[in-house]
Design a protein. Structure first.
Lengths: 110, 888
């Protein structure tokens, strides 16, 4: 994989993962691929940050890992969003929007 | 997530570790397989695709470690891992571990000992209710400090002052207890009614004292006794209340028993004993004729010391206005004509009781606490140095751990765990050391330090041990850990070669050794100065010869022997009885004995110069022949005669100090005036003796004089010991039927040794600390040199191969050692200058920057440096250039 096109802001990765899992449960590489696709390749999540992040979210109780058979017939650990996770997502979304608005205001100011 | 879920997860992480690990492994393997397959679809070969996948993942082990860090319980898990690993690694090098733990045990133990002592003496409040309101009032009168109050002053302070809730007084008295025919000297105090309530002491049996009913004009009718006396003499019989005993030949009723364990903590000048057996009631009177009464008071809530002092200032002025004859006239306590019309003659100073008690002991305690601080610092530097040296040898091991995915913080933690374990072991052993240290100090000082009896090992000391182990492990562990984890030699895995350590590491080690030497010479110099002071004190001319003299005190029963002739007859009977004892060469009597605590200060002067300011001198009563027995040389004139005594002649023998100050031209035949309370006596000087030190060995400028008087402190010249003589002396005193028991049967040398006891205590404890710090510095210097020399084996080999002589190598090693020591000593001297100035007050006959001491210290450090260089230098001579180069 290439170097990430954009340095991920600290904590942004959690938001990306939670948001991605809203659609359906996914396993590690699927999450990374999905993020890359949706952002048009702007965000490339490496295994070195993806797995620690997933496990951290799981320890927090926001996602739940379960063993599944993947489409290729491989046993993979796929993660789904818990109720706490949805609440957390809403929260982080709100924070993110505030950051965006603030940045906008700053950048657009004359 | 709910707490229950969290706990469930935590337990799963900790207990089903294998399962969790397997799952992580499977998850990552699946990921790599998937990426591999995707790469193959792109057209790579299987091997290439897999390699690419692994490269992209960036080290499976590292990812695993990072994932593990997110797991709940990771901290606990790794702490256990660290501890397991640390103990294995420490056990693998037992010699290293032993030295480190022993060093730390020494340093921590010494600090725990001093902590316990400081806590007992300075930090723990006194065991009385609201101790921060209990104060003493020091009275200075007629330009003499600490004279004590007059009864009238106590009375007026109690009546008028608004700063105090209670004002009470205590007077120590001699008491002879007689019960069922058995006589015994007991500790006693005479106190006003509110004294014991002020300290929160209420009788556990019987009632409190009331001077209005328990005391007549001349004597007391009732007493309180201590729980200890009650158990010892009265078999803890509750029926003893109301029973009559004889105290100093008067019948007194036992009114009550004080609770067990009640101790009297007062300044040493007030009372020598913490345990008083008999309490007598004392009534306040309005007289101002005599002084000497210690005051203990309780401040009203909310009143500060400053406010109380200000009020006392006003009261002192009032007293002087109301009774000018006692304060600025020639009436009252030791008045002299020179005092007439002089300004303020009395001053009151309020101090917290606790502060007042510990005032004299403070400098010594701070000195010793400072010294143990240095010992611990040196120990830490030493251990840090050892860890650095060992760490260099462990570079490869750490490198492997790093390669296996350990982050830098993880390695630092690992190394700190080792440090912490060493420190904890050191602290545990240190606790034991401190126990013995306290016992040793107890033996040494014999309660010379106030409140020392309270020192012991308790929860606070244990807690402090814990704190110390954490702090020290950070002190000595952080620097090496940070240094090692930064992996200065990142290429050790590649080559099997022993590298010459980087210049940085060597510089650090040298700096540590310099610091160690610098730190160690501070306690060493202080110890040297104290030792010289002590030797000076031991060699100080006392004016008498304490060797082979046994003393005993036999108080008089004035009631039964009111006349001097009767007393003289009784004393002669006692002297004859004692002289007849086996082994007695000669015997005489005087009082007070020199260096005994009950000295009498008098203001004296020349009779022909009444207006000259009086001189403070110590007064002693003696019978003819005393000078010969005690060994005070008579320089001029004559000793007292029996006629002087029998005729109660007004004669005096003065010492050289007084003679030189009053009559440099010759004192014999001159007249000495002694100011007493309310009157003065005029004495003819008949003899001059060598200068006598009566108050303390230290006090060289307080003169001394003697008058003929019948006093019963016996001085007995004998080769026998006090304990061998005790039985005979008691029997001889009993046989004379004087109605008093002999007590304080001790060798004269005890009084001398008590007088220098505080200095001896400091010297012994400080010497122990100084030796410890020098030993530690020597070990540090030695260890570093051995290590640096070993590291330079290859360099030395090359030098030899290039034609350098063995001698030159030895010179290099020795120069290194001496240089380190000299630089350390130079740095340390700055500290020495500061520290020795601070202890100036404890020194005797030696300057803070004493040349001999400093030369000795530097000489010792030089010798240590040479000694430490011995083995490494010898090793350098054994280097074989061929093997040292081939081993690469």
């Amino acid at each position: 994989m290439l170097e990430p096109a954009i340095e991920l802001l600290k904590g942004t990765l959690d938001l990306l993962i939670l948001r991605t899992l809203v659609l359906r449960p996914m396993h590690g590489s699927a999450i990374a691929e999905r993020i890359s696709q949706v952002t048009g390749g702007a965000f490339q999540v490496k295994a070195g940050s993806l797995f620690p992040a997933l496990h951290r979210l799981e320890q927090e109780g926001w996602v739940e890992g379960e063993w599944h058979e993947s489409a290729e017939g491989r046993r993979v650990r796929s993660y789904s969003l818990t109720r706490d996770g949805r609440r957390q997502l809403a929260l982080e979304k709100k924070t993110w929007m505030r950051i965006v608005q603030a940045m906008d205001a700053l950048l657009e100011s004359t | 997530m709910t707490a229950a879920n969290r706990i469930k997860r935590l337990f799963r992480n900790l207990l089903r570790r294998d399962l969790v690990e397997d799952m992580l492994d499977a998850e990552l393997r699946a990921y790599v397989d998937e990426v591999t397959e995707r790469n193959m679809i792109k057209g790579m070969t299987r091997e290439e695709a897999r390699r690419q996948a692994l490269v992209e993942a960036g080290g499976i082990e590292q990812i695993k470690e990072e994932v593990r860090e997110t797991w709940l319980g990771y901290g606990i898990e790794t702490v256990f891992q660290d501890i397991r690993y640390a103990s294995r690694s420490l056990l693998r090098s037992p010699a290293f571990t032993f030295i480190v733990v022993a060093t730390l045990a020494l340093g921590i133990g010494a600090n725990l000992t001093m902590f316990s002592l400081m806590r007992a003496v300075l930090w723990r409040p006194l065991p009385y209710p609201e101790p921060n309101r209990i104060v003493t009032i020091q009275v200075d009168a007629r330009n003499r400090p600490n004279t004590g109050a007059t009864p009238g002053e106590v009375f007026d302070l109690k009546e008028r002052s608004r700063s105090f809730e209670q004002v009470s007084m205590i007077d120590s008295v001699e008491a002879n207890l007689e019960y069922q025919g058995e006589m015994e000297h007991v500790t006693a105090a005479s106190v006003s009614d509110d004294f014991l309530p002020l300290l929160g002491a209420r009788p556990s049996l019987g009632r409190a004292l009331d001077a209005r009913i328990d005391r007549g004009k001349e004597q007391a009718f009732a007493i309180l006794i201590s729980d200890e006396l009650w158990r010892r003499r009265f078999s803890a019989d509750p029926g003893i209340i109301g029973e009559v005993v004889r105290i100093n030949d008067a019948d007194m009723q036992i009114a009550g028993v004080l609770p067990a364990g009640f101790r009297l903590f007062l300044p040493p000048s007030v009372t020598g004993s913490e345990q008083i057996d008999v309490w007598l009631p004392n009534a306040l009177s309005a007289t101002r004729q005599y002084r000497g009464i210690p005051i203990v008071a309780r401040l009203r809530p909310g009143i500060t010391l400053g406010q109380a002092n200000a009020e006392l200032q006003t009261l002192a002025a009032q007293f002087e206005r109301e009774h000018p004859e006692f304060y600025s006239g020639d009436k009252g306590w030791q008045a002299s004509p020179a005092d007439r019309g002089r300004g303020a003659k009395v001053r009151f100073t309020v101090r917290l009781l606790h502060d007042d008690m510990t005032r004299d002991a403070r400098p010594a305690l701070f000195l010793l606490t400072g010294a143990v601080g240095f010992v611990l610092l040196i120990a830490c530097v030493n251990v840090a140095n050892l860890m650095l040296a060992r760490g260099s040898a462990r570079q490869r091991e750490l490198e492997i751990r790093r390669a296996l995915g350990a982050g830098r913080s993880r390695i630092v933690r690992q190394l700190l765990t080792e440090s912490l374990m060493c420190a904890a072991a050191g602290a545990a052993i240190g606790l034991f050391c401190a126990r013995f240290g306290l016992e040793a100090i107890g033996h040494l000082s014999d309660s010379r330090i106030p409140l020392q009896s309270r020192a012991g090992m308790d929860a606070a000391v244990t807690l402090f041990a814990l704190v110390l182990s954490v702090v020290t492990s950070m002190l000595f562990g952080l620097l090496p850990a940070w240094r090692l984890a930064s992996g200065e030699t990142g290429h050790t895995l590649r080559a099997g070669r022993t590298e010459t350590p980087g210049a940085g590491a060597r510089r650090l080690q040298r700096a540590l050794v310099v610091a160690e030497v610098a730190l160690s010479i501070v306690p060493l110099a202080c110890g040297g100065l104290m030792l010289r002071s002590f030797v000076n004190l031991l060699n100080a001319p006392l004016g008498f010869n304490p060797a082979n003299i046994v003393t005993a005190r036999v108080p008089f029963n004035i009631r039964r022997y009111p006349q001097m002739e009767q007393q003289w007859a009784l004393l002669r009977a006692v002297l004859d009885g004692v002289r007849a004892l086996p082994g007695v060469q000669s015997v005489s009597a005087a009082s007070p004995l020199p260096l005994a605590p009950d000295q009498q200060g008098r203001r004296v002067g020349r009779s022909d110069q009444p207006e000259a300011p009086p001189i403070l001198a110590t007064q002693q009563g003696a019978i003819p022949g005393y000078l010969g027995v005690i060994g005070t040389p008579l320089l001029e004139g004559r000793d007292f005669t029996d006629d002087d005594l029998a005729g109660q002649r007004n004669v005096a023998i003065i010492d050289e100090g007084l003679a030189k100050r009053l009559w440099p031209e010759g004192a014999i035949g001159k007249r000495l005036v002694v100011y007493r309370t309310g009157w003065q006596s005029d004495l003819e000087v008949v003899g001059v003796t060598a200068a006598v030190r009566a108050t303390r060995v230290r006090d060289e400028d307080i003169p001394h004089f003697m008058m003929p008087s019948v006093d019963m402190s016996l001085v007995i010249k004998t080769r026998r010991t006090a304990s061998q003589m005790a039985g005979g002396i008691k029997a001889a005193v009993d046989a004379a039927r004087g109605g008093r028991a002999a007590f304080d049967i001790r060798p004269m040398s005890d009084y001398v040794s008590d007088s220098v006891g505080d200095t001896r205590f400091i010297v012994l404890v400080l010497a122990a600390f100084a030796v410890a710090s020098v030993l530690l510095a020597a070990v540090g210097l030695y260890g570093t040199l051995v290590y640096l020399t070993a590291q330079r084996t290859r360099e030395f080999g090359i030098r030899l191969a290039l034609g350098s002589s063995v001698k030159a190598l030895v010179a290099i090693v020795i120069r290194e050692s001496v240089l380190l020591a000299v630089v350390g000593a130079a740095v340390g001297l700055v500290g020495v200058a500061a520290a020795t100035r601070a202890i100036r007050g404890l020194l005797y006959g030696v300057q803070p920057l004493d040349g001999v001491t400093l030369a000795g210290v530097i000489g010792l450090v030089g010798a240590v440096a040479l000694g430490a260089a011995g083995v490494p230098a010898w090793r350098a001579t054994r280097i074989d250039p061929q093997t040292s180069l081939r081993s690469e």
